[in-house]
Write a protein that binds this ligand. Sequence first.
Ligand code: TXA
Ligand code: MG
Length: 353
Amino acid sequence: MKQTVVLKVDSQQPDIEKVQVAASIIREGGLVAFPTETVYGLGADALNPKAVLALFKAKKRPLDNPPIVHVANVSDVYGLAKRVPLKADKLMREFWPGPLTLVFKRSKTVPDVTVAGLDTIAVRMPQHAVALALIRETSRPIAAPSANLAGKPSPTSADHVFDDLNGRIDAILDGGPTCIGVESTVLDLSADTALVLRPGGTPLEALRRVLGDVKLHPFVAAEKELPLEKTRSPGMKHKHYAPNAQVIVVEGAISAVLAKVKELAESYRLKGVKVGVLATDETLAAYRADVVKSLGSRFNLAVVAQNLFSLLREFDAEDVDVIIAEGVSTEGLGLAVMNRLRKASGYNIVKAG
Ligand code: TXA
Ligand code: MG
C-alpha cells in the first residue's frame, strides 16, 4: 500500500512547485492523477514501459485496452504517429486543446505496452491549465486513462479518484471538479474515412462541420450489445461506467418516459428493492422513490453531461439496488451521455410509449 499524496492546485493558475513535484514523480516512473477538462486522468510516462504497466495494474485495467497519450504541443504528435493525415491538421487547429482524441498509425518509438500491441495510437491535447503544465514540466508525453478503477464511472473530482485509487497511486493533483464531465470523443483517422469510436466532449455535429464525412462506429449508437468482432476500439468490449446498482434506461417521448419510470419505480418498491431515479429538472417532482436525483434540465445537455458520473457515484453511496434513468436527446453532448448510460445499464433499455 502506497501513501497517496493529494496536492491541491488552482485550476487556472496552478502552483508550479506542486506541478513540478508531480512531474518528477512521473519522470521517475510513478503515477499521478490530474484534472483535464473532461474527467481526471491517471498519468504515467508514456515512453516508460514499466510505468505504463504499473498504470494498468493500479486501475486493474485489462492489458488489451490502451490509454490515451496526452501532449502539450501539436508538434509532439509527429514523434508518436507514423503518419499525420491532412484531416488531422485541420482538426487539431480547430479543436485542440480540447476534448478530441485522434487515432493515428503509430511510430515504432512508442513502447508496445502503451498501445497494447496495436499498430495505432490515440493522442489528445487537453484544455486544462493543470494538465498542460504537468505535461510541459514532465517533458514527456503522458499516457492517461480515466483515473477510476476499471469498469467504474469516470472521476469528475479528486474525491472520486481518491475513493477508487487511494493507496494504489503516488499522487493526485486536485484542481477541483472537471467542467465537461464526459470523456473526449475518440476519432479514428488511421483509415480513409474518419470514424467516431467513442462519442464524447466534441459533438459529432461539430466534427462534421469541419470534415464533412465522419462515420459513427455501429457500437457508438448501439442500443444492444453487438458481436465483438465488430469492435475497432478495444475499450468497446469491456464493461464500463457501471455503478454497483443495476441500471435501467427508459427512452422515448418525455410523457411516456415519465409514466414508465413511475411504473417501474413503484413495482420495484413493492418488491422491497431500494430504488433510485435519475430524473431531469422537468420531471423531478413527479417521482416517488427512495432516492431521486436530477441530472439538470434535459434542455441543457452540457449540464447533464457534467453531472452524469458524479450522480451515478452518489447513488452507490446511498446503496440503492436499482437506478432507473431517464433517457435524454442524442443530439450534441447527448450522444455521449446516452452512450455512457446505455453501457452502464449493460443495454438494459426500456422503450416507453
Ligand atoms: O477525456 C478523456 O479521453 C480522458 C482524459 C483523462 O483525457 N481519458 C480517457 O481515457 O477517457 P480512457 O483510457 O479511459 O479511454 C480511452 C479510450 C478507450 O476506449 C480505448 O479503448 C480507446 O480510447 N483507445 C486508446 N487507444 C486506442 C487505439 N489505438 N485505437 C482505438 N481506440 C483506442
Ligand atoms: Mg475510462
